[in-house]
Design a protein around this ligand. Structure first.
Ligand code: NAI
Ligand code: MG
Length: 359
């Protein structure tokens, strides 16, 4: 099978890690030749991002979203650059893709890797193996609100930013989390809100969680407030398995989680349209990292791991497992970028990953 993939590196280290990810994924495909589940990638790369915006005044061209529709998946880097306001670049490209293609489930697994130091890894038996499930279509990122509600001009401006919670949106992300929990050793779903302070949407979320839980009596559950959950991430990592949260809360918790696993550069993610009516998008959790962009310092593992999630999505779990094994072989051998305490370049790690695939 040949999968048609739209590569959108966008900005900063996005370009470096997408190039690395493509090279590793192509090597994996090459190695599958002649086997029963042989596959190949047919890539098309698109130039959208902040550079494109500066040239054209748009983050993505008018026909762009329409063209993306025909691909099997989107392989994304990161969007954002200091010369363009972040709310313009993020809304103009990444959030636009997520919303147009109804990618309502954002899956963000994080775990310890061999040879990688973590701020949590005090004893060898400390365990961290989580999947953060982020509601990706509504909540705090629904885009509802506006500025200058006071109408009284400078100095007295009022802005409103509303969160949208629907019963349908809450229920589908929770069922997704429960179904995933059933495939894991630890069958547990932790729901995160701030329903003590946010008394409408988040209380609806809690109510739906209780109702949906009843359909999964074999799955352990808990409801935790987001402030307490941040502490729990640090203090009781072994007590978590699947964590389901709203758009903003899960966004914050997944950066925390990936930092706790060793580095933001390690974390992979999938933006899924579970009905498969539209292409899903695979991207590292991190942003464009302007502080290290263009220096060969970017950790490609988050992007490569996102490729493994893409293979899972295509129904190639053995190939995804081979890729994850190559990541473990590479980190165990101490071939690490600077963010995880090593001195290898993006290119050196990429080469090590490719070598590990053929060994
Ligand atoms: P960031 O994730 O780009 O960087 C945070 C820190 O992590 C920096 O110190 C950076 O050097 C480090 N880091 C990130 N990725 C790394 C990698 N692969 N290897 C090694 N170190 C890595 O977050 P920041 O600085 O808040 O945002 C920078 C830009 O990225 C902004 O324009 C922001 O809007 C955008 N952004 C885009 C995202 C996306 O496209 N999905 C997600 C998050 C931020
Ligand atoms: Mg984030």
């Amino acid at each position: 099978r040949t999968f048609r993939i739209a590569a959108v590196p966008a900005d900063g280290v996005g370009k470096e890690v997408v190039a690395a990810g493509r090279a590793v994924l192509d090597a994996l495909a090459e190695g599958s030749r002649g086997s029963a589940d042989a596959f190949a990638f047919d890539w098309e790369e698109f130039p959208w991002g902040c550079g494109y915006y500066e040239r054209t005044g748009e983050m993505i061209d008018a026909g762009g979203l329409e063209r993306l529709k025909d691909f099997d998946a989107i392989y994304f880097g990161a969007v954002g650059w200091p010369t363009v306001p972040d709310h313009i670049s993020l809304w103009g490209l990444r959030l636009k893709i997520c919303q147009t293609f109804d990618q309502w489930a954002n899956v963000r697994p994080m775990q310890f890797l061999p040879g990688v130091q973590s701020p949590l890894r005090k004893a060898d038996d400390t365990h961290l193996d989580w999947v953060v499930i982020r509601e990706n279509s509504e909540g705090e990122y629904a885009g509802l609100g506006g500025r200058n509600f006071s109408g009284r001009g400078q100095g007295s401006e009022v802005a409103v930013q509303s969160a949208l919670f629907t019963e349908v949106g809450c229920e589908r992300i929770m069922r997704f989390a429960f179904d995933l929990a059933r495939t894991r050793d630890r069958r547990k779903v932790s729901s995160v809100t701030k329903s003590n302070a946010q008394q409408y949407g988040m209380v609806l979320w809690d109510d739906v969680f209780k109702r949906v839980s009843a359909d999964y009596p074999d799955v352990e559950t808990e409801s935790v407030l987001v402030d307490a959950m941040s502490a729990k991430f640090v203090l009781q990592p072994e007590d978590l398995s699947v964590v389901v949260a709203s758009n903003l809360n899960a966004d914050i918790l997944s950066d925390l989680g990936s930092a706790l696993s060793g580095s933001l550069g390690l974390a992979a993610s999938a933006n899924l349209n579970p009905e498969r009516r539209f292409p899903s998008m695979f991207e590292p959790v991190h942003g464009s990292a302007p502080d290290i962009a263009g220096q060969g310092l970017a950790n490609p593992i988050g992007a490569v791991g996102s490729g493994a999630l893409m293979l899972d999505h295509f129904g190639l779990p053995e190939q995804a497992a081979r890729l994850r094994k190559a990541i473990e072989t590479t980190t165990a051998a101490g071939i690490l970028t600077r963010d995880v305490g090593g001195s290898a370049s993006t290119e050196e790690v990429t080469k090590a990953l490719i070598d590990a695939l053929s060994s």
